[in-house]
Design a protein around this ligand. Structure first.
Ligand SMILES: Nc1ncnc2c1ncn2[C@@H]1O[C@H](COP(=O)(O)OP(=O)(O)OP(=O)(O)O)[C@@H](O)[C@H]1O
Ligand SMILES: [Mg+2]
Length: 379
């Protein structure tokens, strides 16, 4: 039997057609790059930062015009130090330019000059690059060489560095200063720094004592507007000859707090059920099944938290959202004291078990993983 194509991606960006909205954010990124403004893209985990960068780059790459910017996506999540950062940048440039004849050759020359060693990933067959220098300063020099190469291109270059907060964990404490120095005079290269750890990202870009202070424009990625997501979901089901009721879609968006990954996950699962007419009852049943399937994972978290942390997370889950967690109303109801909450809540935030949504007047908290939140609420 031919498998129906599931239009709700759970992994990486697939195509413009399967990507919902983000038109305003795309305009902001576009205008930033056209005006030489480096940007900092921040959102909660799984809200769609990486997807947005891919979507933006796809828009650029698919225009087969001459002189379009060269787009480079560098994910530094797995890098541990400046050496790996440099290797990752070199690898991305190498892969991008390898099919561009003249440019590819020129970059190879640069790499040879840097004594790069080539190998292949035995599992994926992807090319790998490494540098082995005795002197730590040589890594700084090679990164500079890479950036200079990009700066000297005839076409503009856009570099997106995803999971940028990772640099603050490098043993080379001067990495931010080093990058800032290299980047600030670049005219041909625009940077997008993306990350989900709000505390670390804000520290890097808004602390007056840090090198990147006030050097970029912030773009905070919120949930996709409900109306857009509603029509997207209905349309994607309809394209595959299925119907989903408006109340089922409303339920999905409110049950998931419209958090992108969770919306996609529910829709993906509903689609996989092969139902042609999806109503609210079927939707609720599938949501319940998702919680059941993930139960073993949720239970493991219990071992990672102290009993008090677990109880506070459960209390937040039962309330769905909490705006005044130290108020008597909340603490009395769940048997905490205000000082307990003041001590435990920051740990839950740091562990990304709870999530804070600040507004000008107040901060609301909820369980980060909304599936886990619903599961905990029933305990
Ligand atoms: N606008 C969108 N339309 C449809 N699906 C999207 C959209 N944005 C993101 N997604 C999907 O949502 C999921 C999470 O997105 P993504 O990985 O981009 O989030 P992220 O913010 O980079 O997360 P993390 O902080 O964990 O890296 C992915 O499955 C992605 O394909
Ligand atoms: Mg990401």
């Amino acid at each position: 039997m031919k498998k129906a194509f599931n239009p709700f991606s759970l992994n990486t960006y697939v195509s413009k057609e399967l990507f919902c909205d983000r038109e305003e954010e795309l305009k902001t990124l576009c205008s930033g790059c056209q005006n030489g403004i480096n940007m900092t893209l921040i959102s909660h985990r799984r809200m769609g930062k990486t997807g947005l960068i891919y979507r933006f780059f796809d828009e650029i790459d698919s225009q087969k015009k001459k002189d379009m910017p060269i787009t480079l996506y560098v994910d530094i999540y797995a890098t541990q130090n400046l050496k790996e950062f440099t290797q990752q940048c070199a690898e991305v440039i190498f892969k991008k330019l390898s099919n561009k004849n003249g440019l590819g050759k020129r970059f190879l020359k640069v790499l040879k000059g840097m004594h790069a060693v080539f190998s292949y990933n035995t599992l994926t067959g992807e090319p790998k690059l490494s540098f082995e220098y005795q002197e730590p300063a040589a890594y700084e020099y090679s990164l500079q060489t890479l950036f200079q190469f990009l700066e000297s291109q005839k076409t503009p270059v856009i570099v997106a560095i995803d999971e940028f907060q990772q640099v603050s964990a490098y043993p080379e404490k001067n990495t931010e200063a080093l990058l800032r120095t290299m980047i600030q005079f670049m005219q041909n290269v625009n940077f997008i720094f993306s990350g989900s750890n709000r505390r670390l990202m804000s520290e890097i870009f808004s602390n007056a004592a840090r090198p990147f202070f006030s050097s970029t424009q912030f773009l905070f990625l919120d949930t996709i507007p409900t109306a857009s997501y509603q029509s997207f979901i209905i349309e994607k089901f309809a394209e595959q000859k299925r119907t989903i009721s408006a109340e089922a879609v409303d339920f999905i968006l409110s049950w998931t707090f419209a958090h992108t990954y969770y919306v996609q996950a529910v829709c993906n699962r509903i689609f996989a059920e092969n139902i042609t007419k999806i109503d609210l009852t079927a939707t609720k049943q599938i949501c319940y099944e998702i919680l059941k399937t993930q139960e073993p994972i949720f239970m493991q978290y219990r071992n990672l938290l102290t009993p008090a942390q677990w109880e506070l997370l459960k209390a937040i889950a039962k309330e769905k959202q909490v705006t005044q967690p130290t108020s008597g109303k909340f603490t009395k109801k769940y048997g905490f004291t205000a000082s307990n909450v003041q001590r435990i809540l920051p740990v839950l935030l740091e562990k990304e078990m709870a999530l804070a949504m600040p507004t000008v007047t107040e901060t609301t908290y909820r369980v980060y993983n909304c599936f886990m939140g619903h599961w905990l609420a029933e305990l």
